[in-house]
Design a protein around this ligand. Structure first.
Ligand code: IPD
Length: 308
């Protein structure tokens, strides 16, 4: 246990000191209203596009960072629809989207900022595997305070706002109380798009082995939805116990983070001893609720002890 996952923060972010808790500037009622607007936008406008276009873009996608980091014209189109809609509803808020961020220029400030992945699970979307979704979060003072994740293929709508609880298809999420231990857990793990032998990729593969092996964590199992947002939501409603990934971005996790937190879960860093991380940390461990705080903390420490 010597190395750590290392992801330079290329995108963002000027970490300005948070002078006051900005989320206090928006009441929970106002946050709820924003949540409702995002739910409507996801359901009425974005969902139908994702549903009708999933599986139709094979052979028409582009590479971004490498040959497995993919984007389609639909990602860009959907982001522009969302951007237009949100900018007209909330002209004073900032907007950051996966397909339009400018490395070195885009930054998350303390102002209310929509952080949006128009299609999370783009590879699934291209292949017609029904785990792509739209993920729209709002961060205030850098804290995720609203989140909406909608998978129209399986008709799964997750939404939350700070202080208002989280919902799955309009039912309040209440994670059934049960004990949480590493050995008896099912954990989402994703290879991500960075696959060069050396540092991060090797650390990830070694960590998977440590977790799964009967000489290591010997966890019940691992899963890969192929969408960070869906993984976070499955942890939020207790279908998964945890999700660990290095290499994803703020737009992959912002919405799911709020949904998870409101259902009693926590997000910490993917590397040891990172209890308190910013939304753009790019390396995350998400853990479900439905248990004692002390169990979550013990789980986190046990998990970290297996990071290679
Ligand atoms: C990706 C997915 C994938 C995760 C990657 C993300 P995208 O987002 O969430 O599950 O492993 O790290 O970048 O590219 O489909 O929006």
């Amino acid at each position: 246990t010597t190395s750590t996952l290392y992801y330079p923060i290329k995108l963002l972010i000027k970490h300005t000191p948070i002078v006051e808790t900005m989320s206090e500037a928006l009441s929970s009622q106002e946050l709820k209203e924003i949540e409702n607007n995002l739910v409507r936008l996801a359901k009425d406008e974005i969902g139908p596009v994702l549903k009708s276009k999933s599986g139709t873009q094979f052979g028409q996608f582009d590479d971004k960072a490498n040959q497995v980091d993919l984007v389609t014209v639909i990602d860009k189109k959907v982001e522009s629809i969302i951007n237009k809609r949100l900018t007209s509803l909330y002209p004073d808020f900032e907007f950051i989207g996966e397909e339009t961020f400018k490395p070195g220029l885009t930054s998350i400030t303390n102002s209310p900022t929509f952080i949006v992945d128009p299609i999370d699970g783009t590879t699934n979307f291209i292949h017609g595997y029904p785990y792509s979704c739209v993920s729209m979060g709002l961060a205030v003072g850098g804290e995720p305070v609203v989140g909406v994740v909608y998978n129209p293929h399986l008709n799964m709508m997750f939404h939350a706002s700070k202080g208002n609880g989280s919902f799955f298809n309009d039912e309040l999420i209440h994670v059934t109380k049960r004990s949480l231990t590493l050995q008896q857990s099912v954990i989402a793990l994703e290879s991500g798009a960075e696959r060069s032998p050396g540092s991060n990729f090797d650390i990830k593969m070694e960590t998977y082995k440590n977790l799964l092996s009967d000489k290591g964590g010997y966890i019940h199992g691992s899963r890969s939805a192929g969408s960070a947002a869906m993984n976070m939501c499955y942890v939020a409603n207790g279908m998964l116990d945890a999700y660990w990934e290095g290499g994803c971005w703020a737009w992959d996790v912002c919405a799911g983070w709020c949904i998870l937190k409101e259902s009693g879960g926590i997000v910490v860093g993917g590397n040891k001893d990172e209890w308190d991380i910013p939304v753009d940390r790019r390396c995350y461990l998400a853990v479900r609720g439905g248990c004692e705080k002390s169990e979550q903390q013990y789980f986190v420490k046990s998990f970290w002890s297996h990071v290679a």
